[in-house]
Design a protein around this ligand. Structure first.
Ligand code: SAH
Length: 218
C-alpha cells in the first residue's frame, strides 16, 4: 500500500522542508514546533485542487466559508501556546480541517478540539482516522464554553476571532497555562493570556486576520 502521507513535487517532504526553512526565517525559533510543522502533511488537509499550494504561506479555503490558517500563524500560535514547555493536555477551539490540531498533537499528550459546524467535524474526523492521528479528540459544539470534562489544559488555542477572552476558557487553564487567540472584530491582534493562580496576564502581539468566533452550533 502507498504511504498516504508521502506526496510528490509540490506536496513532497522536500517542499515541506522548504516551508520549515521559511518559518525559521520568519522568526519561529522553537525547534519542537519547527519539527512538528515538518512532519504534518499539510496538503492532506485541503482539497485536492488546492494541494499544490499547500506549502505556500497562505490561508486556503476549506469549504463552509472557513479557511485553514497560513503555516506561519499556525506555527506562531503553537510556539506561543507551548512557550518551551512540555504539554500534557491542550484544547483547540475551531478545528476546521484539523491541521492546527494535528500540529498540536505532535507536541502534546492529548488534544481536544471543538468545532461548531457538524459537517466539518465529520469530514475532519474521517481524515484523522485515515492519517492515524490518534491523540486528538474531536467534539462538535460551541467552543466558547470550552470543554470542562477535559480541563484543566496546559494550553488553549482559539482559531477564530472574538472581542474578549471567553471567561469559561480562562478558567479551564492550569496554573501557569497559556491561552492564545485573535482578539478583536475588524482589527485583530494576537493575544496571549498567562494564568498565575487566579490572575491573568494579557500580552498583545502582532496584527492578524481570522474568521469570527460564532455562538451556537450549525
Ligand atoms: N484551526 C483550523 C482553522 C479553522 S478556521 C485549521 O487548522 O484549519 C476557524 C474555525 O473555527 C472554523 O471552522 C469555524 O467554524 C470554527 N468556529 C467558529 N466559532 C466557533 C465556536 N464558537 N466553537 C467552535 N468552533 C468555532
Amino acid at each position: 500500500m502507498n504511504n498516504p502521507r508521502a506526496g510528490i513535487g509540490m506536496t513532497s517532504a522536500r517542499t515541506r522542508g522548504r516551508m520549515v526553512e521559511r518559518l525559521r526565517e520568519q522568526g519561529i525559533t522553537d525547534t519542537m514546533v519547527l519539527a512538528a510543522m515538518g512532519v504534518v502533511p499539510r496538503h492532506l488537509f485541503i482539497d485536492e485542487a488546492l494541494q499544490s499550494r499547500a506549502y505556500e504561506d497562505t490561508a486556503l479555503p476549506i469549504g463552509f466559508g472557513q479557511t485553514i490558517s497560513n503555516p506561519y500563524i499556525v506555527a506562531r500560535m503553537t510556539e506561543l501556546a507551548r512557550n518551551g514547555r512540555e504539554l500534557n493536555r491542550v484544547l483547540e477551539v475551531g478545528t476546521g480541517c484539523g491541521y492546527q490540531a494535528a500540529v498540536l498533537g505532535q507536541l502534546a499528550r492529548e488534544v481536544v478540539s471543538i468545532e461548531r459546524i457538524a459537517a466539518l467535524v465529520g469530514q475532519t474526523r474521517k481524515r484523522q482516522r485515515e492519517l492515524r492521528f490518534n491523540n486528538i479528540k474531536l467534539k462538535h459544539g460551541d467552543g466558547m464554553h470550552g470543554y470542562a470534562e477535559g480541563a484543566p489544559y496546559d494550553a488553549i488555542v482559539i482559531a477564530a476571532a472574538f472581542g474578549s477572552v471567553p471567561e469559561a476558557l480562562k478558567m479551564q487553564l492550569v496554573d501557569g497555562g497559556r491561552l492564545v487567540m485573535p482578539l478583536g472584530d475588524e482589527n485583530q491582534v494576537l493575544l496571549v493570556v498567562t494564568r498565575t493562580g487566579n490572575s491573568f496576564l494579557e500580552e498583545r502581539l502582532e496584527v492578524v486576520k481570522f474568521v469570527p468566533l460564532l455562538p451556537g452550533v450549525s
